[in-house]
Design a protein. Structure first.
Length: 580
């Protein structure tokens, strides 16, 4: 009996050793890179801050995970086996700041003396194509297919005013906003621009337009005046773009592939996909140890709990205290974590949820450096949660600020009466119907509500004052609900420096007194649910929904709140979405 058991143990051990060997060989082969290889980066679908991992990556629509792209390009720049970078731009959806970061990554790769070639299928099709073009234009040479478009048509913002529709339907908005420029509720309360809203949009779009012109001029080596002239002539054909030096070649993708593979006279260079290149080895989990930097992602609207809220569209991303707050607590209590980089991409949302997250950021910043890296949006509630950070970085095109508060409710009673629906209520308490969607605020309730959100606004000012080391009066002067670009925010002390995620990471390492060249492990938080966990949670539909990229259709989200009768109670939210 014992002899048989020992044989079983021996056979099992041998099988495990053999399996380990097969896995090790397979993993090595999948990560093998031949000398002279080319790293292939494809930009297609939503550019998301963080890609899905494990089996979850097999589900969902095409997307471009910025964390994988960043890791691959940075590693390849130092990899002597990688000779060049091939960028293919299909149909990406991204924010301006993300395009700026991708452009910076390509330029950094070029600075290593390696070649870079980009292919654009079309920079826009029936819409603006500034961002696809700017992402590719950082390469040493740019190609476009013969029928491709160069839709460098400029940028703008279109505001929606639905007060007339609400009056017609019979929905009465009861809203208040604190801050001269806090305009999120204007779509419900007004039929046209207010002077402050027009002033804010003019300044924002003017600055973003100047950034587009400047970046295009620098990347393509032409004058800013020439770029402005081309914008006024756009949409442009591929041939017009070639004559104007916006692109270097007009060719099909197969011609581009053949030429790049034989770059420098070397035949049939190997091509390595960036996602495979960036993918950790299956044994990397055993290597964790030493100093760590925690990357905490705060992406999407800010909400309490997991059941959504008036800001959430189905399938959209959300930043919640349960997930992000816990991530900060975990990082704070982990002795191996020397610093935190908080990657924020949010237009805001619930004040209560924002404050719960902010408190965790504040507690963590007291024990170890917390550096914020602002992506597409870090506005309103997104700025609220960023304020306690040790240092804040933003891209020039980041949408930030919007330090203000709004709130209110909709009275749907007039609409219901049009379809012969009547209601009645028996109540106790003077203000029990304050948030009832079947009544307007009474004058006393309106004053009480305005006082409440006024107090919240002053709390917001104090939070920013403390975090940014400014006087409350100075904060109030640049607050008032006004939206700024990252470039503008750097001039008024709302952000410390203009820079990318990599700049924020370098600053975090420096504050943690780590050597710049010292390797540090990266922990990405919150932990992503696996396939089994998602299935057991009953959220199978999320497997097939496309993740939200940056600001997830904010106007649609707020309108959904109106149609469902769910008010925006004490919200810190920024709905501005530039067309770029």
């Amino acid at each position: 009996m014992i002899k048989r058991f020992l044989k079983w143990i021996l056979r099992t051990t041998l099988m495990l050793v053999l399996l380990f060997a097969v896995l090790a060989i397979s993993d090595h082969m999948s990560h093998r890179v031949e000398p002279g290889s080319i790293l292939l980066v494809t930009l297609d679908g939503p550019v998301v801050e963080r890609g899905r991992t494990g089996l979850m990556s097999l589900f969902g629509a095409q997307e471009t995970p910025l964390n994988s792209l960043r890791s691959a390009i940075n590693r390849a720049a130092k990899d002597t086996r990688i000779a060049g970078l091939e960028i293919k731009v299909y149909d990406p959806e991204m924010e301006f700041s993300q395009a700026q970061e991708i452009s910076g990554l390509i330029k950094s790769f070029r600075s290593r003396g390696k070649f870079t070639s980009a292919y654009i299928e079309s920079a826009g099709e029936g819409g603006p194509g500034n961002l696809p073009f700017l992402s590719a234009a950082a390469a040493e040479e740019v190609s476009i297919m013969p029928q491709g478009e160069l839709n460098l048509v400029g940028i703008g913002v279109r505001e929606l005013f639905a007060r007339g529709t609400l009056d017609w339907v019979g929905i009465t908005p009861n809203f208040a906003s604190i801050g001269k420029y806090k305009s999120a509720a204007n779509m419900f309360t007004n039929k046209d621009f207010t002077p402050a809203q027009k002033e804010e949009d003019e300044a924002l779009i003017g600055n973003l337009f100047d950034q587009v012109v400047s970046l295009a001029a620098i990347e393509r080596g032409i004058s800013a005046d020439t770029v402005k002239s081309l914008i006024d002539q756009a949409p442009l054909t591929a041939q017009t773009g070639l004559k104007a030096h916006l692109v270097d070649r007009v060719e099909y993708e197969d011609q581009f592939d053949d030429r790049v593979k034989n770059h420098g006279g070397i035949k049939d260079r190997a091509v390595v996909d960036y996602e495979n290149y960036a993918r950790p080895t299956i044994f990397s989990s055993f290597k964790r140890g030493g100093d760590q930097i925690a990357i905490i992602y705060g992406n999407g609207t800010i909400e309490r709990g997991d059941d959504g809220g008036p800001f959430s569209a189905p399938g959209s991303a959300a930043m919640t205290p349960d997930s992000v707050g816990k991530a900060f607590k975990d990082a704070r209590e982990d002795d191996a974590v020397r610093a935190v980089v908080f990657r924020v991409n949010s237009p805001g949302g619930s004040v209560i949820a924002s404050e719960l997250i902010r408190r965790e950021v504040e507690l963590t910043a007291k024990e170890k450096p917390v550096v914020v890296s602002m992506s597409g949006y870090a506005a309103s509630g997104g700025y609220w949660v960023s304020a306690p950070a040790t240092k804040i970085f933003a891209e020039p095109g980041t949408i930030t600020g919007s330090i203000g508060v709004l709130g209110g409710k909709f009275n749907i009673s007039p609409a219901a009466s049009k379809i012969y629906v009547n209601t009645g209520a028996v109540t106790r308490g003077a203000n029990v119907e304050m948030f009832d969607e079947w009544t307007d605020f009474t004058p006393a309730q309106a004053r009480l509500f305005e006082d409440q959100i006024g107090d919240t606004y002053h709390d917001f000012l104090k939070i920013v004052s403390k975090g940014r080391h400014m006087n409350v009066e100075d904060v109030d002067a640049v607050a008032q609900g006004r939206v700024w670009t990252g470039q503008q925010a750097a001039g008024i002390k709302l952000v410390d420096s203009l820079g990318s995620f990599d700049d924020a990471l370098a600053a975090a390492k420096k504050m943690a007194m780590m050597e710049p060249t010292e390797p540090a492990g990266i922990i990405e938080l919150p932990e992503q649910p696996g396939l089994l966990q998602t299935l057991l949670s009953g959220r199978m539909s999320t497997l097939f929904e496309r993740p939200a990229a940056g600001l997830a259709e904010p106007i649609e989200q707020i309108i959904r709140a109106a149609l469902t009768g769910r008010g925006l109670y004490s919200a810190a939210y920024c709905p501005i979405v530039p067309m770029i």
